[in-house]
Design a protein around this ligand. Structure first.
Ligand SMILES: [Cu+2]
Length: 115
């Protein structure tokens, strides 16, 4: 009887270990934040639409001579002025606004999809 019990414990232990490993692998994959690069060139955000996850970073780099911003339509977030060759970053949060524009050139528009 003693031996039987030990075998069962070993099996349960192995199963629990395999389960924990699976959960660890899944969560570490899901939680690896990405950096999404957006170029600002010829008065346009490139790409105009990006798909991101919470915790990711969006990085705008200005390749124009004119300064630009990435500013949420309702003012919820803002990179501030980004001059030529410089960049500004925002970390994606759950409730962040997803439509943005350039404060200096309001015809420049971009959208963010949070998945
Ligand atoms: Cu601009």
């Amino acid at each position: 009887m003693g031996l039987k019990l030990k075998r069962r414990q070993v099996l349960v232990g192995a199963a629990a270990y395999a389960g924990a490993l699976t959960i660890f692998q899944k969560s570490s994959l899901a939680e690896t934040p990405k950096i999404h690069e957006v170029r600002i060139k010829a008065f346009q955000f490139e790409p105009m639409h990006i798909s991101v996850k919470q915790g990711d970073t969006i990085k705008w780099t200005n390749e124009d001579i004119a300064p630009h911003t990435a500013t949420a339509n309702e003012g919820g977030w803002d990179t501030g002025e980004i001059v030529k060759g410089d960049s500004g970053s925002i970390i994606v949060t759950k409730e962040m606004e997803t439509d943005y524009f350039c404060a200096f050139h309001p015809h420049m528009k971009g959208t963010i999809e949070i998945t």
